[in-house]
Design a protein around this ligand. Structure first.
Ligand code: 4AD
Ligand code: MG
Length: 433
């Protein structure tokens, strides 16, 4: 007899019908003549009920032999059942074991995080990790849709590069046929020429920082989305950031409510971020606000995690800190015309101590100034000739920003460490699996 092979997501369309599902044993329980198998297929969880008097003996034996995370094919009639987790149940008529798993390393007892990270390839099957990575995927799709819908062209930037973008202290170096190459810290420099070719562009890919920091926000490999827009000035950039963040947060809240519930995330603290405007805080005012709250800081200081937490706690939604001192920011940032000691730079600080999730700026458009900055920062001029061409041939005002996907995902999910927000984290002491 023919019956469809479906996923758990498709159960509502098959109530009362016999179907086959394929997946893994998330868990099982016994109760007299009943065996409950909780099936997991990547789309959800389904309680499958095997009732001994109603199945042939070999099917019962197959059910009894199933261990956690064994793979199987299971057939039965879909029933709506308010008491069952998820609201549906499968009344089992047949089981085909595919592979019986030996004792699963991740048990019900508490494991240390190192153990779990060593088993990341298995850990991602757990409900919590599944929910986090699902939110991440939705966030990424929301980002792509945001830019694609506004006619930005996707420009994939290279990973092997001849020079630094975000400071020489965090470069991963590698041999390149007798020369040195570096893993990209940002696609930005490659996007600026593309903005002259396409007007509005973005890149979205892995970036690398050989950062020695062991904080909960730092990864050595992380994913960044970076838009770059021709003719966009600083104020327009701030508007774009607001429009972007509020839209992608709304989308995740709309589409990931089950995941966020699973993560016990308090959504009411995320909701303000779906509404514009976002507060804007001048760097000088940020310094004053810190001093008022017992964090003495002086003009020229960069903010650490503690300072960012204090500044973010002044508001219920992300705050845009603007016009940082030129000295503590990247070489390519346009100076504030009213105060050249400051850059037209913005950092977006997320609430609840999640810190900087976005960094951006207007870019220098003067050839002479950019040339001088490259020299002041002792960057290898040869490696930047092509970048100077953007100012040589039809220079134009332009701005852009970069957002780290793991930091944003951590904030949305309310998780402590960014390493859980990426499928396979890379940190200063982790390259496995
Ligand atoms: O502030 P950053 O260094 O800015 C740039 O790379 C610019 N070129 C972006 C641009 O204007 N196109 O990094 C941008 C964001 C940070 O706000 C943070 O979210 C994330 O990238 N980030 C990291 N995430 C995880 N681990 C790290 N080590 C990170 N470093 C930066
Ligand atoms: Mg930054």
């Amino acid at each position: 007899m023919e019956h469809p092979i479906i996923t758990i997501a498709e159960l509502p369309q098959h109530v009362g019908r016999k179907v086959t599902l394929r997946g893994w044993v998330y868990n099982w329980r016994k109760k007299g003549k009943i065996r409950f198998v909780i099936l997991r297929d990547g789309f959800g969880y389904l309680q499958c009920v095997v009732f001994r008097p109603e199945v042939p003996e070999p099917v019962w034996e197959a059910a009894v032999a199933l261990t956690r995370e064994s793979s199987l094919q299971i057939t039965g009639v879909v029933a709506e059942d308010q008491r069952a987790p998820g609201g549906y149940e499968l009344k089992v008529s047949d089981i085909v074991p595919i592979q019986i798993a030996p004792e699963y390393p991740i048990g019900k007892k508490e494991h240390g995080v190192d153990f779990l990270l060593n088993h990341r390839h298995l850990w991602m099957r757990s409900r919590r990790q599944h929910a986090i990575l699902h939110v991440r995927a939705e966030l990424e799709q929301a980002i792509r849709d945001f830019f694609h819908g506004r006619r930005y062209t996707l420009i994939d930037s290279p990973i092997l590069t001849p020079a630094a973008c975000e400071g020489t202290s965090t470069l991963f170096e590698t041999e390149y046929f007798g020369e040195k190459a570096y893993l990209s810290q940002s696609g930005q420099l490659y996007l600026e020429p593309a903005a002259a070719a396409f007007g509005k562009v973005y890149c979205f890919g892995p970036t690398f920082r050989a950062e020695k920091s062991k904080t909960r926000r730092h990864l050595t490999e992380f994913w960044m989305v970076e838009p770059e827009v021709a003719w966009l000035r600083f104020d327009g950039l701030l508007d774009l950031i607001e429009e972007f963040l509020s839209e992608i947060v709304s989308r995740v809240l709309d589409r990931c409510s089950e995941d966020l519930e699973r993560l016990e995330r308090d959504i009411t603290v995320l909701e303000p971020a779906t509404r514009r405007p976002y507060p804007r805080l001048d760097y000088a005012d940020a310094i004053a606000a810190l001093a008022d709250r017992g964090h003495p800081a002086e003009f020229g200081d960069d903010f650490g995690g503690d300072e960012e937490t204090v500044l973010a706690s002044l508001h219920d939604r992300p705050v845009l800190v603007t016009r940082y001192p030129t000295k503590i920011k990247a070489f390519y940032m346009e100076p504030d015309p009213g105060d050249p000691a400051r850059a037209l730079a913005v950092d977006v600080l997320a609430p609840e101590g999640y810190g900087e999730i976005i960094g951006g700026s207007e870019r220098i458009s003067s050839y002479e100034l950019l040339e001088r900055r490259i020299a002041e920062h002792e960057l290898p001029r040869d490696a930047f000739e092509w970048y100077l061409d953007v100012r040589r041939y039809g220079s134009f005002p332009h701005s852009g920003f970069g957002m780290g996907i793991e930091r944003c995902t951590s904030w949305l999910c309310g998780i402590h460490h960014a390493r859980e927000a990426i499928p396979y984290p890379r940190t200063i002491n982790r390259l496995y699996p």
